[in-house]
Design a protein around this ligand. Structure first.
Ligand SMILES: *[C@@H]1O[C@H](CO)[C@@H](O)[C@H](O)[C@H]1NC(C)=O
Ligand SMILES: *[C@@H]1O[C@H](CO)[C@@H](O)[C@H](O)[C@H]1NC(C)=O
Ligand SMILES: *[C@@H]1O[C@H](CO)[C@@H](O)[C@H](O)[C@H]1NC(C)=O
Ligand SMILES: *[C@@H]1O[C@H](CO)[C@@H](O)[C@H](O)[C@H]1NC(C)=O
Length: 961
């Protein structure tokens, strides 16, 4: 009987809980379907394919259920690029513990119904487009442990009761929002707080002293805010603090010396504040775990305590731009040291002049040293003989402006990894040691402003990665080594203010990527070669104060002579015998017509010594002294050829019917593109480079290098190449729908608004990836409709990387022989030859205007005064957007006219943000892509009947990186 009733009770219980779970898992399904319905953009078709009514929610992508009760416990939809809002029904997932919808484009505010998620432990809505104040109910989720709100635009203050009802919170990640105000004083009631990250907001006020109460705190990261006042002493009461980062705030006062007693610290960053005072003598004695100490750009003074050498785990020590004085300690015991930056202080090294710099000798123990910059300190000594025994992993050595005496030791040839050697503005004498030619990675050599003598050694010509050579203001004699003309990587040659004689080596005129050539103030003679015109990238050419004779070569098409600046003082004589010039009548040259090319040579002058027009005081010295950003140099990335298919010429010849006209898809600036069928039946496009054309081989290299290193669903994919001495071709995926150009400007085709939007989003995604999704930013340099190709689903793929550039991290770069397309090129491109990601943003802005007005920017209706941008801006100012949009795209009869008009308005406003004249003020492609997705989502939501006529292609998420 007992047995019976027990099992009876048990089965009733089971039945009951079964019914309960049935009922409630249907609640879950209902909640998730509502969630799905509020998604307006699902580019990888995650929800539309996987989240089907007929299957159990537990099998849906991103959904996890409890093993027993089969209720939804976790929802992870991170990184699917979803757009839309979050349906309030999500609050009905009453068993949810883990919610991660980060890395999407959700908009609006967080629905208050989410406050019903009483079991929620982790909530991650980071990297979306949420806005509004941080909801107060977040502070009452009783189980919450981790909260990520980073990279949204949350505004306003933190709720003052943030920690009252979330006793278990361990992690608060609020970076990159628009939060302001003070840190609420009760935040320290979160007794379990381990990580508090508030970087990149505009918080202000003091860092509260109550901080000392959160004894579990491991990471306190407050960088890039407006915190002010002193660093509270109470921080040193935090027993397990590992990271303290207050980079770039308005903090001042001296650092409480007890902070240096926190032995758990691994990262201490106080750079870019107004801290003053000295470092205590016990500084390094307790910091036994410290790996990174960053204290640059403050007002710290006094000596660098020798106890710092006890912090033996240090890898990075950056104390530049302070007022530290005294001698530089011997860092030899810091065996792991990789980066040492002490520049811009008042440090000395030797006790009496011409003593050896022994601190450099001690650094020979630091075998991992990569970066050594002690420039701009009065070191007053000589380089020790052991200088050459420093780590062979050194990549940058900067000892410029240090009053160094003696000679350059020939042992520097040991630095086999060295990229930059800067010894400028010192008192070095003697000759350049020939062994310098062994630094075969060297990209920049700066010896300006010393007392070096003798010939410029031919050994420099072995430096075949050299981009910048600065030897000006020395006492070099003799001819310029002819073989320098073989160093094709050179972008800057500065030899001014020496005693060089003979003529300019003819080979110099083959350095077509040269940007700056400065030879002024020497004894150079001879005629200027007419081949001067080959220097297509030159922006500064200084030849004054020499003994040149003859005329300025007429091949230099200078275009319009500017009438401002120093040109005002020139006489007509300066420009004689140059028929290609135009400008003011006083220069006795023909007047310029409106359409005359904007001069690429705005800054170029070719004043001959004989004519002695002016003495230019543009000393490149000054350029060099304006620390610290350098022209980026060639970046070596070899194509990962393993991924390539090697395809034989025979196979291509067969596949294109001997490159017949019928297979020809088009011709570009560097050759022709053919349609081909490979032997396994695959249809491909073959881009054949015409090697007779100047630059074609280079273009081939650029394109294969770049395309083989990157992968994205919106970039054309390289399948392989066919490459021998006489023939170079790359094999690309075939795009059956041809180029966007064809679709925009031919009557036979048509694209509706949604299709155009989607293509714009594709191009933006490609650029976002090129600029930001890769270790090296890639600048495409030639964004225009004919380089946007469409596959069978009308998904857009960016093509033609023939003139792209890879950069190693620096943002803006003076560059080379790049020929972008008129109409799309950014203004700084023409005037300064600057290539940067910002330039692509500009071209993208023009592309958007072209796509949504249907007008080609080179259309005759536009001129220099009033280009497509000005035309659209006028329409925006006059609220006459509908008038510049083709009737087929927007007409007053449209059912959703106002939603569509608003969409165009938003699009043009976005384009204007891409077209800001000042490159630095343009938005970036992350922002542009997010804005476009938002515009698309808004339009789709507002015009149900305007849903796309085609299905969004299902693509595999792994295509993304
Ligand atoms: C189960 O679902 C019903 C109906 O949706 C709801 O009233 C009830 O509160 C839910 N029970 C639990 C334990 O979530
Ligand atoms: C957050 O935004 C900043 C600035 O836009 C960006 O640099 C950072 O990579 C973003 N973080 C994440 C995790 O995406
Ligand atoms: C932050 O401080 C800077 C520099 O003092 C100031 O220009 C800026 O307006 C401040 N921002 C806020 C939001 O307080
Ligand atoms: C032009 O010449 C005058 C007189 O020689 C001089 O004062 C002035 O600075 C010069 N202007 C420029 C721009 O070089």
């Amino acid at each position: 009987m007992g047995n019976f009733s027990l099992s009876f009770a048990l089965s009733i219980l089971l039945l009951h809980s079964f019914a309960l779970s049935l009922m409630n898992s249907s609640t879950d399904k209902h909640a998730l379907i509502s969630f799905k319905n509020s998604i307006t953009y699902d580019p990888y078709a995650i929800l539309s394919t996987s989240w089907s009514q007929n299957t159990s929610v537990c099998s849906w992508i991103g959904v996890s259920c409890g093993l027993k009760h089969r209720r939804v416990t976790a929802l992870n939809l991170s990184g699917y690029d979803l757009a839309g809002t979050v349906a309030p029904h999500l609050g009905n997932l009453s068993f949810l513990r883990y919610l991660d919808i980060s890395f999407n484009s959700f908009t609006g505010t967080l629905p208050s119904e989410l406050s019903k998620l009483r079991r929620l432990k982790v909530m991650n809505v980071g990297v979306n487009s949420y806005t509004g104040e941080i909801p107060t109910w977040l502070g009452s989720l009783p189980q919450l442990e981790e909260l990520y709100l980073n990279n949204n635009t949350f505004l306003g203050w933190l709720p003052s009761d943030m920690c009252n009802n979330t006793p278990n919170i361990k992690l608060l990640e609020l970076d990159f929002n628009g939060l302001e105000g003070h840190i609420p004083s009760n935040i320290w009631k979160c007794k379990h707080l381990e990580i508090l990250s508030l970087n990149f907001n505009t918080f202000s006020g003091k860092i509260p002293r109550a901080i000392g109460n959160t004894s579990m705190l491991r990471v306190l990261s407050l960088a890039y805010n407006n915190f002010t006042g002193e660093l509270p002493q109470e921080i040193s009461a935090l027993p397990i603090l590992e990271v303290l980062d207050v980079f770039k705030n308005l903090l001042y006062g001296s650092i409480p010396s007890s902070i240096y007693n926190i032995s758990t610290l691994t990262w201490l960053e106080i750079s870019n504040n107004e801290f003053s005072g000295t470092l205590p003598s016990h500084f390094g004695n307790s910091l036994l775990n410290l790996e990174v100490f960053l204290a640059a750009i403050n007002r710290l003074s006094g000596p660098i305590p020798t106890s710092i050498t006890n912090a033996s785990k240090l890898t990075t020590l950056d104390m530049h731009s302070n007022s530290f004085s005294g001698s530089i300690p011997y860092f030899g015991s810091l065996k792991l040291l990789r980066r040492l930056l002490l520049w811009g202080n008042n440090l000395s090294a030797a006790e009496f002049p011409s003593q050896e710099l022994t601190f450099l000798s001690s650094l020979t123990n630091c075998r991992n040293l990569q970066l050594l910059d002690v420039s701009f300190n009065p070191l007053n000594g000589i380089l020790p003989a052991s200088f050459g025994n420093l780590s062979s992993s050194l990549e940058r050595i900067d000892v410029s402006n240090c009053n160094i005496m003696g000679v350059i030791p020939s042992e520097i040839s040991n630095f086999s990894s060295l990229l930059l050697l800067d010894l400028a503005i010192n008192q070095l004498g003697g000759t350049i040691p020939p062994a310098i030619g062994k630094l075969n990675q060297l990209q920049g050599l700066y010896l300006t402003g010393n007392q070096l003598v003798g010939f410029i050694p031919n050994d420099l010509c072995q430096l075949n990665h050299l981009g910048e050579l600065f030897l000006s203001v020395n006492m070099f004699v003799g001819p310029i080594p002819e073989c320098l003309g073989d160093v094709k990587s050179l972008r800057v040659i500065s030899l001014s203010y020496n005693q060089l004689n003979s003529s300019i080596p003819p080979k110099f005129w083959t350095l077509t990527d040269l940007v700056i050539l400065s030879l002024s103030n020497n004894n150079l003679s001879g005629n200027l070669s007419s081949q001067l015109g080959n220097l297509k990238s030159i922006t500064i050419l200084l030849l004054s104060s020499n003994q040149f004779s003859g005329d300025i070569p007429s091949l230099i098409d200078e275009g319009e002579i500017p009438d401002g600046g120093r040109f005002r003082n020139f006489t007509a004589q300066s420009f004689s015998h140059n028929l290609a010039l135009c400008g003011l009548i006083t220069f006795q040259v023909p007047p310029c017509h409106e359409k005359h090319h904007r001069s690429w040579l705005k800054k170029v002058m070719v004043p001959l010594g004989v004519l002695a027009v002016i003495v230019l005081i543009v000393t490149l010295l000054l350029i060099r002294m304006s620390k610290k950003k350098r022209v980026t140099l060639s970046v070596d990335i070899s194509p990962s050829t393993a991924e390539f298919r090697r395809i034989s010429y025979i196979e291509l010849e067969r596949g294109t019917s001997s490159f017949s006209e019928t297979n020809l898809l088009g011709r570009g600036s560097f050759g022709s593109v053919y349609e081909a069928i490979l032997s396994d039946g695959l249809r491909v496009a073959v881009k054949v480079f015409n090697l007779d054309l100047q630059g074609a081989a280079k273009s081939f290299d650029a394109e294969t290098t770049i395309l083989s290193n990157i992968r994205h669903r919106n970039l054309v994919r390289v399948i392989g190449c066919c490459c021998n001495m006489e023939f170079k071709a790359i094999i690309l995926t075939y795009m059956p729908n041809g180029s966007l150009d064809k679709w925009l400007h031919s009557d036979m085709y048509g694209l509706d608004l949604i299709q155009r939007l989607k293509i714009a989003i594709d191009v933006a995604a490609a650029l976002e990836y090129l600029h930001h999704g890769h270790t090296f930013p890639v600048v495409h340099c030639d964004i225009k409709p004919s380089n946007v190709l469409l596959d069978q689903d009308m998904t857009a793929h960016l093509a033609d990387f023939g003139i792209s550039k890879l950069f190693d991290g620096e943002e803006t770069v003076i560059q080379t022989q790049t020929v972008a397309t008129i109409g799309y090129a950014a203004p700084e491109f023409g005037s300064e030859g600057k290539v940067s990601t910002n330039g692509d943003v500009f071209s993208f802005g023009i592309l958007m205007l072209e796509m949504f007005t249907g007008k080609n920017p080179t259309n005759d209706m536009f001129d220099e005064e009033r280009g497509i941008k000005e035309w659209v801006r006028e329409a925006l100012e006059q609220s006459a957007v509908a008038e510049i949009v083709p009737h087929a795209l927007l007409s007053i009869e449209d059912q959703h006219f106002s939603a569509m008009e608003q969409c165009f308005l938003s699009l043009f406003e976005l384009a204007m943000k891409c077209l800001v004249v000042s490159a630095e003020e343009r938005i970036n492609m992350i922002e542009a892509a997010a804005a476009l997705r938002k515009i698309c989502a808004t339009l789709v939501a507002g015009t149900e009947s305007h849903r796309p006529r085609y299905a969004f292609p299902v693509s595999i998420r792994n295509n993304r990186v």
